[in-house]
Ligand binder design. Structure first.
Ligand code: CO
Ligand code: CO
Length: 325
């Protein structure tokens, strides 16, 4: 999307705080000195069989881009593509019910939406949120010495691919669903409260792609310790059996990263795993990490972990093992 939007003529409005140029998670527009709107849109085809679960995942994923900016969602609009002739409308009702349950949990409202006839079902949302212009979190602002904290485990894309192949067992599916429907609200509040310097959520471009956005956005480098990466149970085994999403290799081919000799090809796959409704990746000053970790633990973040640090080696991402963090 960023590639296409690059060709939109330059926008000159001082109230535009974040636009497509910075590869951030949402657009931010200031409406008064202490309030800005955070607006994002996301939709996709089914990734699980159960319609309500799909709706719930899509909602959590759409809300996440508001949280990734340090914002609070206010209201949402549903976006629906539906094959009216092929699938009963009652099934769509299930999707919307699943989405509603997650939006309720976020303290957000669904105020409308739009549907079109579509040969393949699609569901997602436009979400409008707000943030204080001085407290928003973007890809810019990370400083050398900041630690990198990830709040959800990696491997969702691998599990989703295994599900499509029919080789995912019940407990693995339940874990993946749990992770994908967990809101990033607590993680976002904790990041803002403890002075995170940059944040994004980890989605389609995998850990390396979204870290690349922070590194480029902030004009810094980063170092990741693979031994510290939180993984979903079963992810390594399923990837070894060939459950690797197509986007993984594309991410590895297009996103510049220097892997150490001691990083296995399996670990490289996990670093590039494209995912839906991933966790937040924050950069945060070292002396603030303890407070952040305490809040994340109290808020039930599935697998928060310090995974690396920001370096002064501008533009360079090094991924190795046991970097002594
Ligand atoms: Co995002
Ligand atoms: Co998004």
């Amino acid at each position: 999307m960023a590639q296409v939007l690059r060709h939109v003529p330059g926008i000159r409005d001082p109230n535009v705080l974040v636009d497509a140029a910075s590869r951030d998670d949402a657009a931010v527009y200031r409406i008064s000195p202490d309030r800005a709107l955070v607006v994002t849109v996301d939709f996709f085809t089914p990734i699980v069989d159960d319609p309500a679960t799909w709706g719930a995942i899509a909602a959590a994923n759409a809300l996440s881009d508001v949280y990734a900016m340090g914002g609070k969602p206010l209201f949402a609009l549903n976006l629906v593509g539906w094959p009216r002739e092929k699938l009963p409308m009652s099934l769509l009702g299930e999707v919307l019910r699943g989405a509603q349950s997650v939006v309720d949990r976020a303290g957000c409202l669904i105020l409308g939406g739009h549907s079109v006839d579509d040969p393949e079902p699609k569901f997602g949302m436009v979400v409008v949120g707000e943030v204080h212009p001085d407290r928003m979190l973007t890809n810019q602002g990370a400083r050398p010495g900041d630690l990198l904290v990830l709040t959800k485990p990696l491997g969702i894309g691998i599990l989703a691919t295994a599900l499509k192949k029919g080789i995912l067992d019940e407990s693995e599916l339940a874990q993946a669903v749990e992770v994908m429907t967990t809101l990033n609200d607590g993680a976002a509040r904790a990041a803002v409260a403890h002075g995170a310097t940059a944040a994004t959520d980890v989605t389609g471009f995998g850990l390396i792609g979204h870290l690349r956005n922070i590194v480029d956005g902030s004009g810094v480098g980063a170092r990741i310790d693979v031994a510290r990466l939180p993984l979903l149970p079963g992810a390594t085994e399923l990837a070894a059996q060939g459950s690797v999403p197509g986007g993984t290799r594309r991410n590895l081919e297009t996103i510049p990263v220097e892997f150490g000799d001691d990083v296995s090809s399996m670990e490289q796959l996990l670093c590039a795993d494209p995912r839906t409704s991933g966790g937040l990746l924050n950069a945060i000053p070292e002396d603030r990490v303890r407070g952040l970790s305490d809040d994340l633990r109290a808020g039930g973040a599935p697998a928060y972990r310090v995974i690396g640090e920001i370096t002064a080696e501008r533009g360079v991402i090094r991924i190795g093992r046991g970097s002594g963090l």
